[in-house]
Design a protein around this ligand. Structure first.
Ligand code: ADP
Length: 448
């Protein structure tokens, strides 16, 4: 095991990683921007280094500064968390150059999975079902029209380098295609520096179901079951649950082995997630996330595996904790993302000072957070305050417990998604698990 690692991230995920370090006897090094000198993670670490200006490009995205701190502090490895540099292959390559271990897959794997086109191609080759469409970049409008025609409308125009729900446009008829292509190309160019786009079938009212992968450096790859992440706004997740309410032993076997095949066919190592869209009994590979996910705790709760500790163990060369047959699913877990956002104003960010704070507790309740009373949420980064995660023996118990925990949660000074989650937990359709990715829009009147 490592003696010391650097966490190239902030907020709740930085603390989550440091907690794993403490339990493993590993020293943690934080890097923080000027906007985070009062943040909890910077105080929680064994050592903390200021890396300057709040703007992400000058701090949390600045590979040179981060590698420099790793070398100065004697950290042997870097954990990138999620967001920021977590899926930037350059961090992997730079780490390799400097003899620092990246706690994640190799740079070239991050690179190929970062391209939606390339990853679709690799998955097709491995025999994993993909969303119908062409796995190639589109440059010619006439060609695009032909492709959309052959797939059949509606189609979705997507940025190959896309992420975070950005760079996607649904097209219902030919007239809209040209404009959708141009706008997606320009969004992609400015957000990702790569204007490559492609077209695939738009699956109507799908469920988003994903599988947690663990793979060691000795050729062992397993999945740690499934999560359902259909409750989204603007293609971003708000509520996740594990297992998926529609999961059966047979379906888990089928989708889980496709996910394992997806990962092992590319020589994937460390923790990762294979995302699928599911509709009418069919499932399609969507993308692979080459990092720890925001929603990893719900998997930890139903399987008992500490995924972050597993990441550290795998990166230090250990074999996987368990074989596929050792993974069992127990009970149900739900995560609500508590964001400083105004749900009544289209989830607009609402950063500011938290003037009152008390988090819920009691049986089956876990709160992963990076905030405290009188903390000011900086406006430079994402607006997540915390993740409220609850366990129940059954889905119904889990929902009742989430309702109780949300009612206990006191956050004053900023608008949050708590009221939205409260009404979701009372929604008849949510309780009946009639989930799909447009749930929030469809039931807006019922839940807002
Ligand atoms: P990102 O990398 O930006 O998160 P994803 O490819 O993972 O993008 O897609 C995010 C969400 O967008 C999915 O969960 C789903 O709601 C929607 N989506 C993406 N592709 C399709 C598709 N072909 N059909 C229907 N919905 C889609």
């Amino acid at each position: 095991m490592f003696n010391k690692i650097l966490i190239a991230n902030r907020g709740e995920i930085a603390i989550r990683v440091m907690r794993a370090c403490k339990e493993l006897g590993v020293k943690s090094v934080a890097v923080y921007s000027d906007a985070d000198s009062n943040s909890l993670f910077a105080k929680y670490a064994n050592e903390a280094y200021n890396i300057g200006n709040p703007s992400p490009s000058q701090s949390y995205l600045n590979i040179e500064k981060i590698i420099d701190v790793a070398e100065k502090s004697g950290a042997e490895a870097i954990h990138p968390g999620y967001g920021f540099l977590a899926e930037n292959p350059k961090l992997g390559f730079e780490c390799e150059k400097h003899g620092i271990k990246l706690i994640g897959p190799k740079g070239n794997i991050i690179e190929s999975m970062g391209s939606k086109i390339e990853s679709k191609k690799l998955m097709e080759k491995a025999g994993v079902p993909v969303v119908p469409g062409t796995a190639k970049g589109i440059t010619d409008i006439d060609e695009a029209v032909d492709i959309a025609e052959s797939i059949g409308y509606p189609v979705i125009v997507k940025a190959s380098a896309g992420g975070g729900g950005i760079g996607m446009r649904t097209v219902y008829e030919e007239d809209e295609l040209v404009r959708a292509i141009e706008s997606t190309q320009s969004v992609a160019a400015s957000a990702f520096g790569d204007s490559t786009i492609y077209i695939e079938k738009y699956i109507e009212e799908p469920r988003h179901i994903e599988f947690q992968i663990l793979a060691d450096e000795h050729g062992n790859t397993i999945h740690a079951a499934d999560r359902e992440c259909s409750i989204q706004r603007r293609h971003q997740k708000l509520i996740e649950e594990a297992p998926s309410p529609i999961m059966t032993e047979e379906l888990r076997e089928e989708m889980g082995s496709a996910a394992v095949r997806a990962a092992s066919s590319i020589g994937y190592t460390n923790a990762g997630t294979v995302e699928f869209l599911y509709s009418n009994g069919e499932f399609y590979f969507l993308e692979m996330n080459t990092r720890i996910q925001v929603e990893h705790p719900i998997t930890e709760i139903i399987t008992g595996i500490d995924l972050v500790k597993e990441q550290l163990k795998i990166a230090s060369g250990e074999e996987l904790c368990c074989r596929q047959e050792d993974i069992t699913v127990r009970g149900h877990a739900i995560e609500c993302r508590i964001n400083a956002e105004d749900p009544m104003n289209d989830f607009a960010p609402n950063p500011g000072k938290i003037t009152g704070y008390r988090s819920p507790g009691g049986i089956g309740v876990r709160v992963d957070s990076g905030v405290y009373m009188n903390y000011t949420i900086p406006s430079f980064y994402d607006s997540m305050i915390s993740k409220l995660i609850v366990y129940g023996m059954t889905r119904d118990e889990c929902i009742a417990r989430m309702r109780r925990a949300l009612n206990e949660y006191i956050i004053l000074g900023v608008k949050t998604t708590v009221p939205f989650h409260k009404s979701m937990m009372l929604s008849e359709s949510f309780i009946k698990a009639k989930l799909h990715t447009h749930f929030v829009d469809e039931y807006r009147d019922e839940i807002m």
